[in-house]
Ligand binder design. Structure first.
Ligand code: FAD
Length: 444
């Protein structure tokens, strides 16, 4: 049996390793158009900010190391440019030589990810120091610019996860940072009142936060950013972080079904509309775990989980992917922001009735030093107690509470059950009634 994988980072590399563990004899070929495979995408902003100082640590696996360890045929700098479904082959372009060839497959796994959106903003092409961040070469470009050109000011376009992580890391490098966000809030998975805690924090730190305004043009070769309402911001560098778009071109050309937002459609076994072709990761449309609507959730947990499931299914295990909850977390300077499940905005849009409770428990016992409040929001169905989602913002203990609630959701626990989760307690860590228990008490 021969399995071909397109994309050698989160989803692709996970699938390859699991496939080999399940079967020692299959031929497994993994194509990656970039130079690096299996690198730590999520660590890239922290290398630019110099919290991570060793570049090698970002390279989780090398082509040679992973090929030997798992007996894989890994070809980097090799772009799959076509899928030929009539004869079960892919056309590959060797980016070193420009040569093209065909490679046959019995089963094909697509994990090409998603790329940063770059809208045609006037002046973009003429701008010198404008960057997007997806991979190691992007990271090297940004870091080298910060290291050698001594920029004093940066404009971040887009206040999502990557935008805020870059804002933090450039701030840590001593730059004066402006964030421009079209919506009235940063961090779309949060509801407005939760995001506003972060708005205040960013401003307190001296970050220039511009909300409800977008970029109209870049002027003076990118030295000036002009916004829709006419603000002018002088800058030495620009980061575009306004979201990602699925790399669906191969799939579209091959006639595979894609959804409204371009995500490849798959069934619960992660098969595309061609049953010999599977797709995983940022490129697919997933079912929202809470509301069951199709959505796109480009995060590392789903890509890794799907990578493993796809390998299991290729070996006949029939494992289902039940949808994505969208649990996510980010560090924003002194704060941590985390969410799981649906927010109010989504439930409202879908017309799903819900109840909300807000509470502000301490991260641990108040009499033990270092406790700080957590703003915790729990959203649920009043009748059944079904938990729809939770959001938390605070300086400490946020990750644990959201992870417990995410676990509760996956375990089908209701808000009534939250009071009964017996959690570990000692004063440095929690209270005898943990914030998650408290949320249950307040909700019921
Ligand atoms: P990727 O990991 O992007 O891999 C796809 C690979 O396929 C790419 O290397 C690409 O070059 C290759 N490829 C594409 N087309 C072809 C082709 N035709 N031929 C050959 N190769 C091809 N998620 C989190 O959950 N938490 C985080 O903290 C977090 N931080 C992030 C920070 C940054 C800066 C970035 C960029 C992403 C972050 N993510 C985070 C998102 C996470 O990295 C992605 O969800 C995950 O990597 C998706 O996996 P994937 O396999 O679908 O795509």
């Amino acid at each position: 049996k021969k399995i071909v994988i397109v994309g050698g980072v989160a989803g692709g590399a996970t699938a390859a390793a699991r496939l080999r563990r399940l079967d020692e004899t299959s031929k497994i070929v993994m194509f990656e158009k970039g130079e690096h495979i299996s690198f730590a995408n999520c660590g890239l902003p922290y290398y630019i900010g110099e919290t991570i100082t060793d570049r090698e640590k970002l390279l989780v696996q090398t082509v040679e190391g992973m090929s030997n360890k798992f007996k894989l045929d890994i070809r980097n700098l090799s772009e799959v440019i076509d899928i030929n479904r009539n004869n079960n082959t892919v056309t590959v372009k060797d980016l070193r030589t420009g040569e093209q060839y065909e490679e046959g497959y019995d089963q094909l796994v697509l994990s090409p990810g998603a790329r940063p959106i770059v809208p045609p903003i006037p002046g973009l092409k003429e701008a010198n120091a404008i960057f997007t961040l997806r991979n190691i070469p992007d990271t090297d470009r940004i870091k080298s610019y910060v290291d050698h050109k001594n920029p004093k000011r940066a404009v971040i376009v887009g206040g999502g996860f990557i935008g805020l992580e870059m804002a933090e890391n450039l701030y840590e490098r001593g730059l004066y940072v402006t964030i421009i966000e079209m919506a009235d809030q940063v961090m779309a998975p949060l509801d407005y009142e939760m995001a506003s805690i972060i708005h205040t924090h960013l401003k307190d730190k001296g970050i220039n936060l511009i909300l409800s305004d977008g970029v109209k043009s870049f002027e003076d070769e990118g030295k000036k950013v002009v916004t829709q309402i006419g603000k002018e911001i002088e800058t030495d560098m620009i980061i575009l972080s306004i979201g990602v778009r699925p790399e669906n071109e191969l799939a579209v050309r091959a006639g595979l079904n894609v959804g409204e937002r371009g995500g490849i459609q798959v069934n619960e076994y992660l098969q595309t509309s061609d049953p010999t072709i599977y797709a995983i990761g940022d490129v697919i449309e997933v079912k929202d775990y809470i509301n069951e609507q199709p959505t796109m959730i480009p995060l590392a947990w789903p890509a890794n989980r799907q990578g493993r499931i796809v390998a299991d299914n290729i070996y006949g295990k029939n494992v289902r992917y039940n949808g994505t909850l969208g649990s996510s977390i980010a560090k924003v300077l002194d704060y941590t922001v985390a969410t799981t499940g649906n927010n109010e905005k989504t439930l409202k849009r879908l017309g799903i009735p819900y109840q909300v409770v807000h509470l502000h428990p301490g991260s641990h016992a108040g009499y033990y030093p270092g406790a700080s409040p957590i703003a915790l929001k729990l959203i649920f169905d009043k009748e059944t107690g079904k938990i729809y989602g939770a959001q938390a913002v605070g300086k400490d203990g946020v990750d644990k509470r959201i992870d417990v609630i995410a676990t509760a959701i996956k375990g089908n626990l209701s808000v009534m059950d939250l009071v009964d989760i017996e959690l570990a307690y000692a004063p440095p860590y929690s209270s005898a009634k943990d914030p998650v228990n408290m949320a249950g008490y307040v909700a019921t």
